[in-house]
Design a binder for this molecule. Structure first.
Ligand code: SAM
Length: 349
């Protein structure tokens, strides 16, 4: 038995010439093995499944001014694209700490970066919420630079099992760490209509918060369920049937995007985590330490801007970004997910 060959597992067969379902995308799910296919998908302005295209890389590197021998933190490791570029600049003698809350993508990224030659002597990866940056700093000492690229990665959005996208059927989950807390489907059951309306406005500026919250709570009060992404998408679509026909399809799509964003932020307490992180940041940095934060909607950007400006007025930061930096037109054309990005920076006094 000991020398028995492992059974060969055939890949899933798909109909036609191109795989449509996520689990069939065998090439793109192992991007490092299929460089030509990945390049083709990216040339078409798309992000290959199982991969994330890092945003504003040059702009971030210019802000962070990473030097050999420094100690820094990537507070949102994701696919590790930013980390990889930073690691190239840190040697000899430097060390990058990198954290993320996602228990599924984190080990994959760790393995990928390890294969590229970045072992635990130069790259220390931990599953940690950036709201606990103070706990990490006890171990690392003051940091020369910190990067946070907020929100979700393309791997998370594209995986239907995670429930981040209304475009594909999946459980209505939306947790960055599905091993902790409650999914969005559970939140919808317990939340009051008034609080749901508040969440839709506060987290995503949803203009049709009233009919949408009303439709969701009415649906549930009749004993029906909302357990999947497409069930919620249908309820939102039906609730907005009154919109003018000319732009209805596009308007409903935007409302779906905003509602899923609002629920994601609520389920993961993203604003709570960001507020704690921003408050603890100055203590985590050395004098002259640099921080760059990439945000993707007004709720995030407002918080980053206010915190940076307050600490600047108090003399805690010596310099802060006067205005947000936006990705270039060229980057937005080749990676549409960059379009809403805003980058802010600060330097510790
Ligand atoms: C936009 S992606 C980062 C992509 C990464 N910069 C790259 O180049 O591949 C954001 C990541 O932050 C993680 N994240 C979100 N909130 C977090 C938090 N409070 N603490 C730690 N990680 C968090 C998400 O799980 C996700 O993997």
């Amino acid at each position: 038995m000991e020398n028995q060959e492992p059974n060969h597992v055939r890949r899933v067969r798909y109909k036609g010439t191109h795989p449509k379902a996520f689990r069939e995308k065998y090439k793109e799910l192992q991007p490092e093995l299929y460089a030509d296919d990945v390049a083709k998908v990216m040339d078409q302005g798309r992000t290959p499944a199982g991969m994330h295209r890092s945003i504003c890389v040059d702009e971030i590197l210019e802000i962070l001014k990473v030097k050999p021998g420094e100690i820094g933190l990537d507070a949102t490791l994701g696919y590790g694209g930013h980390s990889h570029e930073i690691l190239k600049l840190l040697q000899p003698g430097g060390r990058l700490y990198a954290i993320d809350v996602d228990p599924f993508e984190l080990p994959r990224t760790q393995e990928r970066l390890q294969t590229l030659g970045y072992g635990p002597d130069v790259l220390v990866i931990q599953k940690l919420n950036f709201s606990n940056i103070d706990r990490l700093v006890v171990e690392t000492g003051p940091l020369h630079f910190v990067l946070a690229d907020l929100g979700v990665s393309s791997m998370q959005i594209d995986n239907p099992e995670r429930g981040f996208s209304f475009k594909v059927e999946g459980p209505l989950d939306l947790r960055l760490n599905p091993k902790s807390g409650n999914p969005a489907s559970a939140l919808l059951k317990t939340i009051s209509q008034g609080r749901l309306e508040e969440i839709l406005v506060e987290n995503a500026d949803e203009p049709y918060f009233e009919p949408i919250a009303n439709a969701i709570k009415t649906h549930l009060s009749k004993g029906r369920v909302i357990e999947t992404t497409t069930q919620l998408q249908k309820i939102i679509t039906d609730a907005l049937e009154f919109l003018p026909k000319a732009n209805r399809k596009e308007d409903i799509k935007k409302s779906c995007q905003r509602c899923f964003q609002a629920l994601r932020i609520a389920v993961n307490d993203e604003f709570g985590a960001l507020d704690k992180f921003l408050e603890k940041l100055p203590e985590a940095l050395t004098a002259g330490g640099r921080v760059a934060i990439l945000s993707f909607h007004s709720g995030e950007d407002r918080r980053v801007k206010k915190s940076f400006q307050r600490f600047f007025r108090e003399g805690v930061y010596s310099e802060v970004a006067p205005d947000p930096i936006r990705p270039s037109v060229q980057e937005c054309n080749t990676n549409p997910r960059a379009r809403s990005a805003k980058l802010r920076w600060a330097v510790k006094a």
